[in-house]
Design a protein around this ligand. Sequence first.
Ligand code: SOE
Length: 392
Amino acid sequence: MSSGNNELGVGMVGYAFMGAAHSQAWRTAPRFFDLALAPRMRAVAGRDETAVRAAADRLGWDEAVVGWQSLLTRDDIDLVDVCTPGDTHAEIAVAALEAGKHVLCEKPLANSVAEAEAMVAAADAAAERGVRAMVGFTYRRVPAIALARRLVEQGRIGQVRHVRAQYLQDWIADPQAPMSWRLDKQKAGSGALGDIGAHVVDLAQYITGESLTGVTGLLETFVHERPEASASSGLSGVADTGRTGTVTVDDAAVFLGKLSGGGLATFEATRFAWGRKNAIRLEVNGSEGSLAFDFEDMNLLHFFDASDDPATAGFRRIVVTEPEHPYGGAWWPPGHGLGYEHAFTHQVVDLVGDLAAGKQPTPSFTDGLGVQRVLDAVERSAAAGGGWVSLT
Ligand code: SOE
């Protein structure tokens, strides 16, 4: 299956925001980390020949191809990296796995539980042939978040009582911000809930090592009609057509959940929080201490240890850039911080390491399905006016 010579031939589908972030990661990972397989950026696929060719040149791919299907019949491609909107994830990922290609698929795994289940079935069948699938909940690989997970695993905050999780952005707070595929239910599945709420659901479950056993939630759409843009990258565009389009997704989601260990969790996801740019804010309170994180200060983790002398106890501000920290030491000298793109590189490093070792990478498609079930439960709860929906 491998393209040989300890190489991993990669073909990527899609080349917008996520495609650029993934390309950067495939390029950078072997320059800073020792990898057991050398990624080779063989081809990027898209629909428009001129645009995909320009993307290949800009992002560093050997070739541009029209139509993702052609990636699946090539012997020099071992892995298909799916960076398209959610409505195409299931079709591409299932076909790639059936063709014997490993798959890295952007989040959320799919636009519905049924699609996610089909993807898990394909991933399980492929795993029997040594073919692996991973979903890109990239923020797990932010060093401060990986450290938070490590501290919880080591019992440093004890039994988890509360998770407070928010993902706040403001890029559509202006009612004149143009339509985008992210505001179209057909393409994106849901709005703030799946686009950014999915990340904090995954992070809450990852950091605690627990799962949500039920939720109750509300969804709201504040702006129903928006100007259309002739060209939109998904996050920006110029409203230049004189037409308007209808927003068919939620603008904001709030929900409560119960954790399998007995703790309570609160979630908020919105793209209407003026001034909050990419504020993933997490606070975990345990029986022995607390952790707090804000992506807008992503190199810091705050840790309160309840066993400290009360006279001097307080949140410790840990600068997560040291060789002792997750992914530390591979980049810059201590104290020289990392940014958004580094988590994508860490994702590649971990994925390639697991592929070389013949191990299942995480988060798996099964983990992605778990998140999808939570999103679906929140939607069902909101549709019923906020009632409790069990996940067990
Ligand atoms: C837009 O809301 C977006 O790009 C999300 O789609 C990503 O998942 C998130 O990481 C940043 O914001």
